[in-house]
Ligand binder design. Structure first.
Ligand SMILES: [Zn+2]
Length: 327
């Protein structure tokens, strides 16, 4: 029962009233605790988030700018926040193709990729699977046009090995492709891969007088054919070659001359010239069967030149496009 005491305050003297009063007090205490908790915790949380995420944001912003530069995205790119993964990202990055992003991200993890000083837009013309009789024709065109390129060579055609030396002397880069180019051997085990790599490395050193540390995997790092022989081999090889001091290169523009022999010249010109962005690595082949590649080459050079590109041979420090490893 409630009553008013002499000071005008309500007082309790019955059990029920006292219990209610206690409950009220407990409720008030709980509310107060919650309020203090919120007042202290929210700013603390915000501070922690800020300290942790702001450097990530800055880092991503820098990476985004680099990506934008490499992939030819022009203008300021606003950052966003990906709720699902909690990552900051660049809005325009989102619109780029998955492979392009993979290339750039993978390329960054070596720490030496793309560090070469560069003022102009660059195209790296690359020729795989030579040397052959066509390599001579390719070299003649490159010389006439004053263009530097890269040859990822094999040991399949010893008759033309001297062309590696000529290419080197004329300022082109020689890269390792494979000695045999026989997938069933090269990808039969990691040991077999490195044996094959050593063979082609020794051959290049013997012919040109210099070791080379740049390479391109047969079929590229994204190839699936290797899965037929050894599961997971590319995931391992892509790491191991880096540990051994090699730099591997995929491509970000495919001439599609590997689609068959005598792919029409117009198609090759169109595809090989389709590269966009600041650094383009064009995949071509200089085997005996690739006559139309030789025919298309002057027009491909003309196309890039008219768009303000310069031609460079690859070095260990050049931009290295990287495909997503699938095996
Ligand atoms: Zn090849």
């Amino acid at each position: 029962m409630k009553r008013i005491d002499g000071n005008g305050k309500r007082d309790c003297d019955t059990g029920i009233c006292r219990v209610r009063k206690m409950r009220r007090l407990r409720r008030r205490r709980r509310r107060l605790t919650l309020l203090i908790f919120l007042v202290l915790l929210i700013p603390a949380g915000v501070t922690v988030l800020y300290l942790n995420l702001f450097p990530v944001f800055l880092k991503n912003r820098a990476a985004g700018n680099e990506t934008a530069g490499r992939l030819g995205v022009i203008g300021n790119v606003r950052p966003g926040f990906r709720k699902k993964t909690g990552e900051f990202f660049k809005k325009q990055e989102d619109t780029l193709k998955e492979t392009e992003l993979t290339q750039v991200k993978a390329g960054k993890d070596t720490g030496i990729t793309g560090t070469e000083a560069r003022k102009e837009k660059v195209v790296y013309l690359t020729f795989d699977d030579g040397p052959s009789a066509n390599t001579e024709k390719v070299l003649d065109i490159l010389k006439k046009e004053n263009v530097k390129a890269t040859f990822f060579v094999t040991g399949n055609n010893p008759k033309y090995n001297h062309l590696m030396k000529r290419a080197k002397e004329e300022g082109h880069a020689i890269g390792l492709h494979t000695y045999t180019h026989d997938y069933s051997k090269v990808y039969s085990s990691e040991e077999a891969y490195f044996d094959d790599l050593q063979n082609i490395s020794d051959l290049v050193e013997k012919v040109t007088g210099e070791k080379t540390k740049i390479l391109r995997f047969p079929g590229g790092s994204s190839n699936l054919v290797s899965a037929k022989y050894t599961k997971g081999i590319m995931s391992s090889l892509t790491k191991r070659v880096k540990e051994k001091g090699y730099q591997y290169f995929d491509w970000n523009c495919d001439s599609t001359d590997a689609a068959g022999n005598n792919v029409p010249v117009e198609r090759l010109v169109k595809n090989a010239s389709s590269g966009q962005g600041e650094q383009i690595n064009v995949l071509m082949h200089d085997t005996d069967a690739k006559d139309t590649t030789v025919e298309a080459l002057p027009q491909i050079i003309k196309s890039y030149r008219s768009r303000g590109y310069v031609f460079q041979a690859l070095t260990e420090k050049s931009f290295a496009p990287r495909h997503k490893v699938n095996n």
